[in-house]
Write a protein that binds this ligand. Structure first.
Ligand code: FAD
Length: 288
């Protein structure tokens, strides 16, 4: 049977986030935590593959103890196992240290529940937002990697291959590769389902497997947590909000609208308000 691992991160709900104007840091107090939404799209795709071909789904997170709630949410959706990797020694990890610990975790998951065929990560998180952990993890475990996935077209269980659509800047790329593979999910991949009632009941009773540093005897201490994190955040700031002056051009035919727009531009009204150099008929293509 296929073994799919979904990597999830618990993040503060970005719709509720405010910035402390004194020190430019996120005010996390009182902000609800949610599963990073790209990760839920990875979870949904894992469930669709499970329904079609049969699979065991293990969901994994590295984070503080309250991240257990996010794992339970995935259990309610249909995951079979959940692993929380937590320890003060892991705290303060940047993406290098995170991918190192997750790499060790996935090796242990494979030893415990069987070899892994497919790993899903989100494209990026709503808080850290780097998009580095998925590719970093694929490199550490020497997995094939398919990023920016918007469609899983086919899974060939016999040949152990997968064909997906990747969203590129100038179109969609259709690519195929062999297991084991790591995919990073975009929100266009699918529509995330709601948890069914039996799933919620199962999740309420479920206790995730918890692994700490003690469960990884061969872990190199210099590669985890703050010590193993070379990233330095030298400065943070809140971008200045600039007020835009919006004017509506009355509804009309496209010719009338274009004429009204050109007249406005030529009148110098808009450029003055926006602080642009005043356009001339020549600078906007010789309009009359
Ligand atoms: C005790 C403890 C406390 C922590 N506290 C914080 C904190 O306060 N703030 C914070 O941002 N991070 C915290 N972390 C987690 C860790 O530092 C970040 O996960 C890491 O830096 C990820 O960077 P990113 O958000 O840019 O990920 P990205 O590279 O943007 O993430 C891409 C994808 O990788 C996967 N992924 C990323 N992080 C994890 C993870 N931790 N577990 C499983 N899958 C993951 C997800 O699928 C995600 O969609 C903590 C970890 C521990 C153990």
């Amino acid at each position: 049977m296929l073994h799919i691992v979904v990597c999830i991160k618990q993040v503060p709900d970005s719709r509720e986030i405010r910035i402390d104007p004194k020190n430019n840091t996120l005010i996390r107090q009182g902000v609800p935590s949610i599963v990073n939404f790209y990760d839920l799209h990875g979870m949904e795709e894992a469930l669709k593959i499970k329904e079609k071909y049969g699979a065991r789904i293990t969901v994994v997170t590295m984070g503080p103890p309250p991240a257990e709630k996010s794992l339970k949410e995935c259990i309610s959706l249909g995951a079979d196992e959940a692993v929380l990797v937590t320890d003060r020694g892991f705290a303060g990890a940047d993406t290098l240290a995170t991918s190192y610990v997750l790499g060790k975790t996935l090796q242990k998951v494979a030893e415990t529940w069987g070899p892994i065929d497919i790993v899903f990560c989100g494209k990026q998180t709503l808080d850290g937002d780097t998009g580095q952990v998925g590719p970093g993890l694929a490199c550490r475990l020497d997995l094939e990697q398919l990023t920016y996935v918007v469609k899983v077209e086919n899974v060939d269980i016999e040949k152990r291959r997968i064909r997906v659509h990747r969203l590129m800047e100038d179109g969609v790329e259709v690519v195929e590769t062999s297991f084991p593979v790591l995919l990073t999910a975009l929100k266009e991949l699918n529509k995330v389902r709601r948890a069914p009632l039996p799933g919620m009941l199962k999740a309420a009773r479920f206790k995730p497997t918890v692994w700490t540093t003690a469960d990884f005897p061969d872990l190199e201490r210099a590669k985890i947590g703050l010590k193993g994190s070379p990233t330095i955040v030298s400065r943070t700031w809140v971008p200045e909000i600039r007020k835009a002056n919006t004017q509506m051009i009355p509804e009309g035919s496209s010719e009338d609208t274009a004429k009204a727009l050109v007249e406005k531009l030529l009148s110098g009204e808009l450029p003055k308000k926006l602080g642009w150099a005043e356009p001339t008929a020549a600078s906007i293509g010789g309009a009359k």
